[in-house]
Design a protein around this ligand. Structure first.
Ligand SMILES: *[C@@H]1O[C@H](CO)[C@@H](O)[C@H](O)[C@H]1NC(C)=O
Ligand SMILES: *[C@@H]1O[C@H](CO)[C@@H](O)[C@H](O)[C@H]1NC(C)=O
Ligand SMILES: *[C@@H]1O[C@H](CO)[C@@H](O)[C@H](O)[C@H]1NC(C)=O
Ligand SMILES: *[C@@H]1O[C@H](CO)[C@@H](O)[C@H](O)[C@H]1NC(C)=O
Length: 274
């Protein structure tokens, strides 16, 4: 069970995320299996390389989600990649192209990997990825915008209607994605996003999001302006004020690879760095 507390300190112009937990640093990096590693000349590696190379374009042309496999028999590799809707198209395509390309550097030899980044999630495995809510790892980010004053009572009162709309919406959405808003006194609105890995059924998605909404009171003091809970199967975020959502394209769009930059900090899972 991993847990990482990240604090967001927002000023008018700049956003700085600090990682407040030093003792469990490993938990913030991708979850790389360490037993039964594949070798450099194995068929598993060939299949993995083929799958990882195909994922960016496959997801880019499929509404920013793709689940597939490569190879056959004992060396078959299963994989999945998906963008989160609170990052824009540029950030999504960037994550789709970089995460698969670099995961073998981060987890060399690992037969099974789960990795979450700011803008996307990537998994691969020697066995089919279970279409069930994976609640084993959870990160949460407490966001505080010092320019916005909120009350614990107000925030908690807004969670009720917002979470209920998100929970209903995410389960009925084919994209397994719902964004919504609810009035927040003196600051117009509280916005929220709920998103599940698109391979999950409505009921698995619903139980994943519900397990997160049930923990809001425990994870967030309430006097903070926003929060996010992210795991390998689902994602929940709320914020007093507007939250920008980018829905995946409905018509297939060719992926536009981004030039590499030295700033791909997302690969360390103390990721919410920006
Ligand atoms: C997309 O988001 C990134 C930050 O994640 C930002 O730097 C960039 O300007 C945004 N691009 C567009 C086109 O909005
Ligand atoms: C398997 O690979 C991982 C890196 O992905 C490494 O940390 C681990 O030590 C390796 N395990 C063995 C037994 O070599
Ligand atoms: C959800 O996000 C989309 C895309 O930004 C936006 O057009 C829509 O109004 C949002 N829906 C709600 C209920 O906030
Ligand atoms: C929120 O409340 C906690 C105590 O519950 C307190 O330690 C913290 O300083 C408060 N934060 C803000 C931004 O007021």
């Amino acid at each position: 069970m991993a847990s990482c507390l990240l604090l967001l300190i927002a000023t008018a112009a700049a956003v700085v995320f600090l990682c407040a937990v030093a003792s469990d640093q490993d938990d913030k990096t991708p979850d790389c299996s360490s037993a039964d590693n594949y070798t450099a000349d194995s068929q598993y590696k060939k299949n993995l390389d083929q799958l990882l190379a195909a994922l960016p374009a496959a997801a880019g042309g499929n509404g920013w989600f793709y689940q597939g496999s490569a190879g056959a028999g004992a060396d078959k590799v299963f994989g999945l990649i998906m963008c989160y809707a609170d990052y824009n198209a540029t950030a999504c395509l960037d994550c789709l192209s970089r995460a698969p390309a670099s995961i073998t550097t981060v987890c060399p030899g690992s037969r099974n990997v789960r990795a979450m980044y700011d803008a996307c999630v990537l998994r691969y495995s020697a066995t089919p990825i279970p279409a069930t809510a994976d609640l084993s790892v959870l990160y949460h980010v407490v966001m505080t915008d010092h320019g916005v004053s909120v009350t614990t009572e107000g925030v908690r009162a807004a969670w009720g209607p917002l979470m209920s709309k998100l929970t209903d919406g995410v389960a009925s959405s084919l994209l397994r994605l719902a964004n919504s808003s609810t009035p927040y006194p003196s600051w117009q609105e509280m916005d929220g996003l709920a998103q599940c890995s698109r391979d999950l059924s409505a009921s698995e998605c619903s139980s994943c999001i519900k397990s997160y909404t049930n923990r809001l009171g425990e994870l967030f003091p309430g006097n903070n302006t926003g929060g996010a809970i992210k795991g390998y199967s689902c994602y929940l975020r709320y914020q007093v004020g507007a939250l920008e959502i980018t829905l995946p394209p409905t018509t297939p769009a060719p992926p536009s690879p981004q030039p590499p930059s030295g700033k791909y900090l997302m690969l360390h899972a103390c990721t919410f760095l920006s």
